[in-house]
Design a protein around this ligand. Structure first.
Ligand code: NAD
Length: 257
Protein backbone atom coordinates (compact mmCIF):
# COMPACT_ATOMS: atom_id res chain seq x y z
CA UNK A 1 0.00 0.00 0.00
CA UNK A 2 2.82 2.41 0.84
CA UNK A 3 4.12 2.26 -2.74
CA UNK A 4 0.61 2.90 -4.12
CA UNK A 5 0.44 6.15 -2.19
CA UNK A 6 3.81 7.45 -3.35
CA UNK A 7 3.48 11.00 -4.73
CA UNK A 8 7.19 11.81 -4.78
CA UNK A 9 7.97 14.48 -7.34
CA UNK A 10 4.39 15.70 -7.67
CA UNK A 11 3.37 19.26 -6.86
CA UNK A 12 -0.05 19.89 -5.35
CA UNK A 13 -2.15 22.98 -4.70
CA UNK A 14 -4.83 22.72 -2.02
CA UNK A 15 -7.33 25.52 -1.41
CA UNK A 16 -8.83 26.06 2.03
CA UNK A 17 -5.78 24.27 3.41
CA UNK A 18 -5.74 26.20 6.68
CA UNK A 19 -8.37 24.06 8.37
CA UNK A 20 -10.38 20.86 8.39
CA UNK A 21 -10.43 18.69 5.28
CA UNK A 22 -8.04 20.90 3.28
CA UNK A 23 -5.44 20.83 6.05
CA UNK A 24 -5.76 17.05 6.30
CA UNK A 25 -5.43 16.59 2.52
CA UNK A 26 -2.38 18.87 2.38
CA UNK A 27 -0.78 16.90 5.22
CA UNK A 28 -1.54 13.51 3.61
CA UNK A 29 -0.24 14.55 0.17
CA UNK A 30 2.94 15.87 1.79
CA UNK A 31 3.33 12.65 3.77
CA UNK A 32 3.09 10.75 0.47
CA UNK A 33 5.97 12.85 -0.89
CA UNK A 34 4.27 15.67 -2.80
CA UNK A 35 5.39 19.28 -2.50
CA UNK A 36 2.33 21.20 -1.43
CA UNK A 37 1.14 24.79 -1.84
CA UNK A 38 -1.44 25.60 0.80
CA UNK A 39 -3.88 28.39 -0.08
CA UNK A 40 -6.19 30.02 2.45
CA UNK A 41 -7.41 33.45 3.51
CA UNK A 42 -6.49 32.70 7.14
CA UNK A 43 -2.81 33.66 7.27
CA UNK A 44 -2.00 32.15 10.68
CA UNK A 45 -3.73 28.85 9.95
CA UNK A 46 -2.12 28.38 6.57
CA UNK A 47 1.31 29.29 7.96
CA UNK A 48 0.89 26.58 10.61
CA UNK A 49 -0.11 24.11 7.88
CA UNK A 50 2.90 25.02 5.78
CA UNK A 51 5.22 24.56 8.77
CA UNK A 52 3.71 21.19 9.55
CA UNK A 53 3.96 19.88 5.98
CA UNK A 54 7.13 21.60 4.76
CA UNK A 55 4.88 23.23 2.17
CA UNK A 56 4.41 26.80 0.99
CA UNK A 57 1.67 29.05 2.35
CA UNK A 58 -0.13 31.41 0.00
CA UNK A 59 -2.58 33.80 1.66
CA UNK A 60 -5.43 34.65 -0.71
CA UNK A 61 -9.07 35.51 -0.20
CA UNK A 62 -10.66 33.52 -3.02
CA UNK A 63 -13.60 35.94 -3.01
CA UNK A 64 -11.21 38.60 -4.32
CA UNK A 65 -11.32 38.47 -8.13
CA UNK A 66 -8.00 40.31 -8.63
CA UNK A 67 -6.22 38.05 -6.15
CA UNK A 68 -7.53 34.95 -7.94
CA UNK A 69 -6.37 36.38 -11.27
CA UNK A 70 -2.85 36.81 -9.82
CA UNK A 71 -2.96 33.29 -8.40
CA UNK A 72 -3.80 31.94 -11.86
CA UNK A 73 -1.08 33.88 -13.69
CA UNK A 74 1.53 32.01 -15.74
CA UNK A 75 4.46 31.07 -13.48
CA UNK A 76 2.20 31.13 -10.42
CA UNK A 77 1.57 28.14 -8.16
CA UNK A 78 -1.60 26.99 -9.88
CA UNK A 79 -0.34 27.11 -13.47
CA UNK A 80 2.38 24.51 -12.78
CA UNK A 81 0.58 22.15 -10.41
CA UNK A 82 0.32 18.40 -11.03
CA UNK A 83 -2.54 18.13 -8.54
CA UNK A 84 -5.25 20.70 -7.87
CA UNK A 85 -7.56 20.22 -4.90
CA UNK A 86 -10.56 22.56 -4.95
CA UNK A 87 -11.58 22.43 -1.32
CA UNK A 88 -12.21 25.92 0.11
CA UNK A 89 -15.80 26.37 1.16
CA UNK A 90 -18.24 28.02 3.49
CA UNK A 91 -21.81 27.50 4.58
CA UNK A 92 -24.87 29.65 5.27
CA UNK A 93 -28.02 28.16 6.74
CA UNK A 94 -31.30 30.04 6.16
CA UNK A 95 -34.67 29.45 4.51
CA UNK A 96 -34.82 30.61 0.90
CA UNK A 97 -37.05 33.58 1.60
CA UNK A 98 -34.51 34.94 4.11
CA UNK A 99 -31.34 33.89 2.28
CA UNK A 100 -29.18 37.00 1.64
CA UNK A 101 -28.45 37.26 -2.11
CA UNK A 102 -24.91 38.49 -1.44
CA UNK A 103 -24.16 35.34 0.64
CA UNK A 104 -25.56 33.23 -2.21
CA UNK A 105 -23.25 34.99 -4.69
CA UNK A 106 -20.20 34.63 -2.40
CA UNK A 107 -20.78 30.91 -1.90
CA UNK A 108 -21.24 30.33 -5.63
CA UNK A 109 -18.08 32.33 -6.33
CA UNK A 110 -15.76 30.63 -3.82
CA UNK A 111 -17.13 27.12 -4.35
CA UNK A 112 -17.83 27.03 -8.11
CA UNK A 113 -16.50 30.01 -10.08
CA UNK A 114 -13.06 29.86 -8.41
CA UNK A 115 -12.63 26.09 -8.96
CA UNK A 116 -13.40 26.73 -12.65
CA UNK A 117 -10.82 29.55 -12.80
CA UNK A 118 -8.13 27.50 -11.03
CA UNK A 119 -8.73 24.46 -13.24
CA UNK A 120 -8.64 26.65 -16.32
CA UNK A 121 -5.20 27.91 -15.22
CA UNK A 122 -3.87 24.48 -14.24
CA UNK A 123 -4.94 22.44 -17.28
CA UNK A 124 -2.53 23.70 -19.97
CA UNK A 125 0.60 22.54 -18.13
CA UNK A 126 -1.11 19.31 -17.03
CA UNK A 127 -1.90 18.64 -20.69
CA UNK A 128 1.69 19.48 -21.66
CA UNK A 129 3.02 16.91 -19.19
CA UNK A 130 0.26 14.43 -20.00
CA UNK A 131 -0.53 14.01 -16.30
CA UNK A 132 -2.80 15.75 -13.83
CA UNK A 133 -5.22 15.17 -11.01
CA UNK A 134 -8.14 17.46 -10.18
CA UNK A 135 -9.95 16.72 -6.94
CA UNK A 136 -13.08 18.66 -6.17
CA UNK A 137 -14.23 18.47 -2.58
CA UNK A 138 -17.96 18.26 -3.03
CA UNK A 139 -20.33 16.78 -0.46
CA UNK A 140 -23.35 14.56 -0.08
CA UNK A 141 -24.96 17.93 -0.79
CA UNK A 142 -23.55 17.65 -4.34
CA UNK A 143 -25.89 14.67 -4.76
CA UNK A 144 -28.74 15.37 -2.34
CA UNK A 145 -30.46 18.52 -1.10
CA UNK A 146 -31.25 19.66 2.41
CA UNK A 147 -33.53 22.52 3.39
CA UNK A 148 -31.99 25.89 4.29
CA UNK A 149 -28.78 25.29 2.29
CA UNK A 150 -29.74 26.67 -1.11
CA UNK A 151 -26.39 28.25 -2.00
CA UNK A 152 -24.28 25.36 -0.73
CA UNK A 153 -26.39 22.69 -2.46
CA UNK A 154 -26.45 24.71 -5.69
CA UNK A 155 -22.67 25.23 -5.61
CA UNK A 156 -21.92 21.58 -4.88
CA UNK A 157 -24.30 20.31 -7.58
CA UNK A 158 -22.57 22.72 -9.96
CA UNK A 159 -19.15 21.46 -8.88
CA UNK A 160 -20.27 17.90 -9.62
CA UNK A 161 -21.12 18.97 -13.17
CA UNK A 162 -17.90 20.93 -13.63
CA UNK A 163 -15.86 17.96 -12.41
CA UNK A 164 -17.48 15.66 -14.98
CA UNK A 165 -16.75 18.08 -17.84
CA UNK A 166 -13.09 18.33 -16.75
CA UNK A 167 -13.03 14.52 -16.69
CA UNK A 168 -14.35 14.28 -20.25
CA UNK A 169 -12.00 16.92 -21.64
CA UNK A 170 -8.95 15.71 -19.68
CA UNK A 171 -9.39 11.94 -19.57
CA UNK A 172 -7.72 11.31 -22.92
CA UNK A 173 -4.81 13.58 -22.00
CA UNK A 174 -3.74 12.01 -18.69
CA UNK A 175 -5.80 14.34 -16.50
CA UNK A 176 -8.48 12.90 -14.25
CA UNK A 177 -11.13 14.77 -12.29
CA UNK A 178 -13.24 13.40 -9.47
CA UNK A 179 -15.28 14.64 -6.57
CA UNK A 180 -15.22 13.59 -2.94
CA UNK A 181 -18.64 13.55 -1.31
CA UNK A 182 -18.38 13.27 2.45
CA UNK A 183 -21.25 13.35 4.88
CA UNK A 184 -20.72 15.45 7.99
CA UNK A 185 -17.00 15.75 8.76
CA UNK A 186 -15.68 16.80 12.17
CA UNK A 187 -14.38 20.27 11.19
CA UNK A 188 -14.94 23.90 12.24
CA UNK A 189 -17.39 24.29 9.33
CA UNK A 190 -19.71 21.72 10.89
CA UNK A 191 -19.17 22.98 14.41
CA UNK A 192 -20.16 26.43 13.16
CA UNK A 193 -23.46 25.09 11.81
CA UNK A 194 -24.71 23.60 15.03
CA UNK A 195 -26.23 26.80 16.44
CA UNK A 196 -27.78 27.74 13.09
CA UNK A 197 -29.24 24.25 12.61
CA UNK A 198 -30.63 24.28 16.16
CA UNK A 199 -32.41 27.56 15.42
CA UNK A 200 -33.62 26.43 11.99
CA UNK A 201 -35.03 23.13 13.28
CA UNK A 202 -36.20 24.48 16.66
CA UNK A 203 -34.20 21.96 18.73
CA UNK A 204 -31.46 22.34 21.38
CA UNK A 205 -27.86 22.54 20.08
CA UNK A 206 -26.97 19.29 21.87
CA UNK A 207 -29.41 17.37 19.67
CA UNK A 208 -28.27 18.70 16.29
CA UNK A 209 -25.59 16.08 15.54
CA UNK A 210 -27.81 13.11 16.36
CA UNK A 211 -31.16 14.46 15.14
CA UNK A 212 -30.18 16.48 12.07
CA UNK A 213 -26.69 15.51 10.89
CA UNK A 214 -26.68 11.76 11.50
CA UNK A 215 -30.34 10.96 10.83
CA UNK A 216 -29.61 9.43 7.43
CA UNK A 217 -26.19 7.89 8.09
CA UNK A 218 -26.12 4.23 9.10
CA UNK A 219 -22.72 4.87 10.72
CA UNK A 220 -23.64 7.03 13.69
CA UNK A 221 -20.57 9.25 13.96
CA UNK A 222 -19.03 12.20 12.14
CA UNK A 223 -16.26 11.28 9.69
CA UNK A 224 -12.73 12.53 10.47
CA UNK A 225 -10.83 14.78 8.02
CA UNK A 226 -7.98 12.23 7.82
CA UNK A 227 -10.40 9.62 6.45
CA UNK A 228 -11.33 11.94 3.59
CA UNK A 229 -7.64 12.75 3.02
CA UNK A 230 -6.74 9.08 2.63
CA UNK A 231 -9.11 8.69 -0.32
CA UNK A 232 -7.93 12.01 -1.76
CA UNK A 233 -4.32 10.82 -1.70
CA UNK A 234 -5.24 7.54 -3.41
CA UNK A 235 -7.02 9.41 -6.22
CA UNK A 236 -3.80 11.37 -6.85
CA UNK A 237 -1.72 8.26 -7.54
CA UNK A 238 -0.84 6.67 -10.87
CA UNK A 239 -2.83 3.64 -9.75
CA UNK A 240 -6.03 5.71 -9.81
CA UNK A 241 -5.68 6.73 -13.46
CA UNK A 242 -8.94 5.00 -14.50
CA UNK A 243 -10.97 6.72 -11.77
CA UNK A 244 -12.35 9.65 -13.72
CA UNK A 245 -15.55 11.65 -13.70
CA UNK A 246 -16.74 9.91 -10.57
CA UNK A 247 -18.18 11.02 -7.27
CA UNK A 248 -16.57 9.20 -4.36
CA UNK A 249 -19.11 9.07 -1.58
CA UNK A 250 -18.02 8.79 2.06
CA UNK A 251 -21.32 9.15 3.84
CA UNK A 252 -21.76 6.24 6.23
CA UNK A 253 -24.64 4.99 4.10
CA UNK A 254 -26.67 8.24 3.87
CA UNK A 255 -27.27 7.99 0.10
CA UNK A 256 -27.83 4.22 0.19
CA UNK A 257 -31.38 5.04 1.33
P1 NAD B 1 -13.33 24.50 7.38
O1 NAD B 1 -14.17 25.66 7.71
O2 NAD B 1 -12.72 23.69 8.47
O3 NAD B 1 -12.18 24.93 6.39
C1 NAD B 1 -12.45 25.69 5.25
C2 NAD B 1 -11.21 26.50 4.92
O4 NAD B 1 -11.52 27.26 3.75
C3 NAD B 1 -10.86 27.49 6.04
O5 NAD B 1 -9.50 27.40 6.37
C4 NAD B 1 -11.22 28.83 5.43
O6 NAD B 1 -10.38 29.90 5.88
C5 NAD B 1 -11.02 28.56 3.94
N1 NAD B 1 -11.78 29.51 3.15
C6 NAD B 1 -13.11 29.77 3.22
N2 NAD B 1 -13.42 30.79 2.42
C7 NAD B 1 -12.26 31.16 1.81
C8 NAD B 1 -11.93 32.17 0.89
N3 NAD B 1 -12.83 33.06 0.44
N4 NAD B 1 -10.65 32.27 0.48
C9 NAD B 1 -9.71 31.43 0.95
N5 NAD B 1 -9.96 30.47 1.85
C10 NAD B 1 -11.22 30.35 2.27
O7 NAD B 1 -14.25 23.59 6.45
P2 NAD B 1 -14.19 22.04 6.04
O8 NAD B 1 -15.29 21.37 6.75
O9 NAD B 1 -12.81 21.51 6.11
O10 NAD B 1 -14.66 22.17 4.52
C11 NAD B 1 -13.76 22.03 3.43
C12 NAD B 1 -14.56 21.62 2.21
O11 NAD B 1 -15.20 20.38 2.48
C13 NAD B 1 -15.67 22.60 1.82
O12 NAD B 1 -15.72 22.71 0.42
C14 NAD B 1 -16.91 21.94 2.35
O13 NAD B 1 -18.04 22.30 1.63
C15 NAD B 1 -16.56 20.48 2.14
N6 NAD B 1 -17.34 19.56 2.97
C16 NAD B 1 -17.34 19.66 4.33
C17 NAD B 1 -18.10 18.78 5.06
C18 NAD B 1 -18.15 18.83 6.54
O14 NAD B 1 -19.03 18.18 7.11
N7 NAD B 1 -17.26 19.53 7.22
C19 NAD B 1 -18.86 17.81 4.43
C20 NAD B 1 -18.84 17.73 3.05
C21 NAD B 1 -18.06 18.62 2.32
Amino acid sequence: MAALLDLTGRSAVVTGAGSGIGAAIAARLAEAGASVVLIDKDADAVARGADATGGRAVVVDLADEDAVRDLCAPGGPVAGADVLVNNAGLQHVAPLEDFPPERFALILRVMLQVPFELVRAALPSMYERGWGRVLNVSSVHGLRASPHKSAYVAAKHGLEGLSKVIALEGGGRGVTSNTLCPGYVRTPLVEGQIAAQAAAHGIPEGEVVAKVMLTNSAVKRLIEPAEVAELAAYLCTDGASYANGSSFVLDGGWTAR
